[in-house]
Ligand binder design. Structure first.
Ligand code: ATP
Ligand code: ZN
Length: 287
């Protein structure tokens, strides 16, 4: 029986979330406290390879690993040919252009024409500049990009931003949000059928986990006279369950709502006289 080898970040911002995703999918990925290079999941034909995130695109492209979890930014910067199978909804960040806070003559993207921009992402920055017809000098450095303007190494920076607080403490301000990235599941472009089957089984579980996360189970008591309106608000997976209550003027309604529509629906349900509304997280959801 073949096994699918999946590379994840050994230690860093994506590690815990990657392990957690496997755990929820019934795959124990953290069975070695020391994080050896390779761990086998006993309950699924999957081996986990722990690597630096920068090495993951290459490993998957070469077939050293069959699949991997990595930030899109790392894939783009690597220029490696891999297939993105699924966006995972964590590790979200953006790559932005930032300039010294005290710049007075900032006039939009064309300000960067003829300037020197420090970054650890030269490939992505080159594309961003080309796409926007900007001629700038790219200064590649390997870390601490945000200190470059202060020490006179560059006029601006292009870097990952999540909250902007690192920028602020270095006297910089985010001006242009250029690229958005999140963690994705990638695979080698030519997996054999047996490995693809294992990956499909994993994907099925990941879909169930993602669906569960974005949905809530909702229970409420509804006055029978408004039941039609309430059912219209709660389409559910097929249609809501309606159960009798001891008081024959009322029924209990059970359904599933999308997290994103949740507050709006609650307001409307209350307007229809719904009471005793309970909202419960869903563990897994098979559509
Ligand atoms: P490694 O040691 O594996 O090379 P690293 O230091 O390059 O790790 P991390 O800082 O752990 O990488 O970030 C991993 C990924 O997390 C990034 O490539 C990016 O996709 C994502 N990410 C999300 N938010 C942020 C953030 N605020 N700063 C940096 N990366 C972020
Ligand atoms: Zn890295």
């Amino acid at each position: 029986m073949e096994r699918l080898k999946i590379a994840i970040q050994k230690s860093g911002r994506l590690s815990d979330k990657s392990v957690e995703l496997f755990e929820k999918a019934g795959i124990s990925a953290s069975n070695n406290s020391s994080r050896l290079l390779l761990a086998s999941a006993s309950d699924f034909p999957i081996d986990i390879l722990y690597l630096r995130d920068d090495d993951i695109p290459q490993c998957v492209a070469d077939g050293v690993a069959d699949a991997g979890i990595v930030g899109e930014n790392v894939i783009w910067e690597s220029g490696k040919q891999v297939e993105t199978v699924e966006k995972l909804g964590f590790g979200k960040c953006r790559l932005s252009l930032a300039i010294p806070r005290d710049t007075t003559e900032y006039n939009g993207l064309q300000w960067f024409n003829g300037r020197k921009i420090a970054t650890t992402y030269p490939v992505i920055l080159r594309k961003v500049l080309n796409d926007n017809n900007i001629q700038a000098d790219i200064h590649v450095i390997s870390g601490s990009v945000e200190i470059c303007p202060a020490i006179g190494l560059a006029d601006a920076i292009f870097d990952i931003v999540s909250t902007g607080s690192t920028l602020l403490s270095n006297g910089l301000v985010e001006k242009e949000k250029m690229v958005y990235s999140e963690a994705v599941l990638i695979k080698n472009e030519s997996l054999d059928a047996e490995k693809q089957q294992i990956l499909d089984k994993l994907l099925f579980r990941i879909h169930a986990i993602k669906a569960a996360k974005s949905n809530k189970y909702i229970l409420l008591n509804a006055p029978k006279k408004n039941l039609d309106n309430i059912i219209r608000l709660l389409p559910g997976m097929k249609s809501p369950s309606v159960l009798p209550l001891a008081d024959s003027d009322w029924v209990s309604v059970h359904s599933v709502v999308q997290e994103s529509e949740f507050w709006e629906i609650i307001d409307k349900l209350q307007a229809e006289g719904a009471q005793g509304i309970l909202v419960v997280p869903i563990e897994k959801m098979i559509l």
